[in-house]
Design a protein around this ligand. Sequence first.
Ligand SMILES: [Zn+2]
Length: 139
Amino acid sequence: MKSEESFLTNMTKFYVITMLSEKPAHGYQIITRLRGITGKNISAGQIYPLLKELERKRLVRTQPIKDGKRKRNVYSLTAEGKTFSSGLLARFSELVDAAIKPRLTVCAHCGCNVYKGGFGKVVKGRRKMFCCRYCAGHY
Ligand SMILES: [Zn+2]
């Protein structure tokens, strides 16, 4: 399935960029965390080409660091990468908002958004939703 593959690659890119925006990481850390997040068996062969691509686009930079006897590449975001990542996160949170909004109930008393739970009460024959018992009592 070609489309699922490219979707996964895009999600993987998104995770990698978000991860590196928190702090620099080496390849193995990135792979381990991605496995944890996606629950998929992500291989080095999938991640290194992706990191190379991000590096080519100047979003990611590589720094060799000595780890005992071995040298490890540590990946971090460039200034461009940081700008890119905040833009990405802003768009993503808009997307999440749009996805969650239809499931929100507005408290009939204080107007706050109720995502889960809530407190229902019948007022003048109509069922109204409140965020809490307190709001229901003061309606
Ligand atoms: Zn309320």
